[in-house]
Write a new protein. Sequence first.
Length: 243
Amino acid sequence: MPNDARFMASYHALLKAYGSQGWWPVAGRHGGKPEYKQRKRLTGRQKLEIMIGAILTQNTSWKNVEKVMVQLHSRKLIDDKKMLVVSHKKLAALIRSSGYHNQKAIKLKHMAQFLQQHPLRQLGQMDVEKVRILLLDVHGIGPETADSIILYALQKPSFVIDTYTKRIFSRIGMCREDVKYDLLRMQFMDNLPHDTILFNGYHSLLVEHAKQHCRKMPLCEGCPLLKQCDYGRKKQKESVSGR
DNA sequence: GCCCAGGAGCCCG
DNA sequence: CGGGCTCATGGG
């Protein structure tokens, strides 16, 4: 299969425009306000925090999740065993502001249960695709959540596809709008070196780009991907030919 | 009030 | 397999 240089080219264009975007927001070890920090090693608690955040942020803005994370910290609930003990009612009430709280409370418990059978230490030693299969088997963990956990918590190279990634790459003409998750993921992984830092940085840049320019209603002015974007070029042409 | 936000499960043909 | 529905809160 030929190597498609456009994947790397888009990365460099985004990096140049937005700069290095850092990692998943992880609270400092004293709890408190989450901040973007580049860490070489993560503690087990930080990994668990990322896994919890990955579930809570499903179809939800991170802003809404932040408040919940502070709550969970102060109740000392960033702990898989405690999460299994606390009642569904109490847990759901605590995570209320992240939305879908009833479903997410169930999902968190399933994940905590999963960690009893497969502790982080064990997952850390496994091959990416193998962990992925295990994670996908957990109720509440779909493909994006699984890849987020693998990439950001386990720090292994699994490319995360989200609505932003699909939106950006379908607009620039590199995939269909309704592309299947696993297909787009494979395209990224077939055309990029499998490097955690790269996958992490790339995905973070896509998030930033989707917020700044490639919104649902796109702001094409000053877009760093304009030159490689079908949609942007088409729009430019229209404005030149009058209207 | 409306729209949207870093999805996933379930049900049904 | 794939489309359609449901789950819920908070910010712009």
